[in-house]
Design a protein. Structure first.
Lengths: 181, 185
């Protein structure tokens, strides 16, 4: 009984596509917010992701992304000093943001919808990210733009709740490229 | 070459543009100094935007003013004005024209280099003329400051000279720009 369970697990492991790490140099996670109507781009410089995906069997695919919140870079030091503070990301208490897929389904040629749980600042929300998929030189490329509301994740507390200065709508643009095996 | 009737005064449009630009500069200049030292807050972000919008407005009005000026020359200098004062006045006016364009332009370029696009009234995005570049952004901040303090010094010169004309020379120079002070009326 125990033996067969092990064999089954082993078999499942062999059958399932292996979890691939991402190629950090080619991948990016960028958040675009608007301040007084001005689009401002912030880049998460450090993140890791594991992806296992076969476009022929999307339902079996899965992905998880873990983002180092303190690596957020808006390109201006005074802004970067602010975003780690408790009112914004509270990076000391919530150092990681994560996204874990729960279901992936096709949505047209080369397009998929990745439903999953997005956790930022300790708050988890169910989201559906539109993803386009292609293969480039043996590497899988996943790209998409996920609109979120920052206040749903408590990003911007106190006086920053005011959305007339910093809009509630934030776009997360991602590009994940799997590492070569 | 010169028109049959010499232009003795400024046109109403020139006067309106002069005062509009003056009032906007008197808002934007202290605002710029004040906002730079504020702690990071929504108020600070708002003031930066207002400052930029005022600057864009000055830039547009300055273009209108220069185009108008090309077709409508300034009135001649006050009678009996010493030559050096005439030269100084022409130089100051020309530099003021340059600066009401250069100051907002330097701010616009600085915003681009610092990676914060200027969006007029939060609606109309101005093209970024420069790519994001930290060193260039810091340099342009200094350029913006130097141009502003030059503008400030010239405005003080301009004001002092106008008051001197009105209260010491008791001529019509200030009245040309402030019609209700016109001594000839």
């Amino acid at each position: 009984m125990k033996k067969s369970a092990t064999a089954l697990a082993l078999g499942a492991l062999l059958l399932a596509p292996a979890l691939a790490q991402v190629d950090a140099a080619k991948s990016s996670v960028v958040a675009v917010s608007k301040q007084m109507g001005v689009p401002v781009e912030g880049r998460f410089k450090r993140f890791s992701a594991q992806v296992s995906f076969d476009p022929a069997r999307p339902a079996e695919g899965k992905a998880s992304v873990e983002i180092d919140i303190a690596s957020f870079d808006l390109g201006a030091e005074d802004f970067n000093r602010e975003t780690v503070k408790p009112e914004w990301f509270n990076a000391a208490k919530f150092p990681k943001a994560t996204f874990v897929t729960s279901a992936i389904k096709p949505a047209g040629p080369g397009k998929f919808e990745a439903a999953g749980k997005l956790t930022i600042k300790g708050l988890t929300r169910d989201i559906v990210a539109p993803v386009s998929f292609k293969t480039e030189a043996g590497q899988q490329v996943f790209e998409g733009m996920l609109p979120i509301k920052r206040l749903q994740f408590n990003i911007g507390e106190g006086e920053w709740k005011d959305t007339s200065t910093v809009a509630d709508d934030v776009q997360i643009k991602f590009r994940l490229v799997t590492a070569r095996k | 070459m010169s028109p049959a009737i010499p232009t003795l005064g400024y046109t109403r449009s020139a006067i309106a543009l002069h005062w509009l630009i003056a009032v906007l500069i008197f808002c934007a200049f202290p605002l710029g100094i004040y906002m730079a030292d504020l702690p990071f807050s929504p108020g600070r972000l708002k003031l930066y935007s207002y400052h930029k919008w005022i600057g864009v407005t000055v830039f547009l009005l300055a273009i209108a003013r220069l185009l108008w000026r090309l077709r409508h020359p300034a009135p001649p200098p006050a009678a009996g004005l010493p030559a050096w004062q005439h030269v100084a006045s022409v130089a100051t006016h020309h530099l003021l024209y340059v600066l009401i364009l250069a100051v907002p332009l330097s701010g616009w370029l600085m915003s681009s280099a610092k990676g914060f696009q200027t969006v007029y009234f939060g609606i109309l995005p101005l093209p970024d003329l420069l790519d994001k570049n930290k060193e260039l952004g810091d340099l342009l901040l200094q350029v913006h400051q130097v141009l502003n303090f030059t503008l400030g010094a010239l405005v003080i010169t301009h004001l002092t000279a106008a008051l001197k004309h009105h209260f010491i020379d008791r001529d019509e120079v200030l009245g040309r720009m402030i019609p209700f002070l016109d001594r000839k009326k």
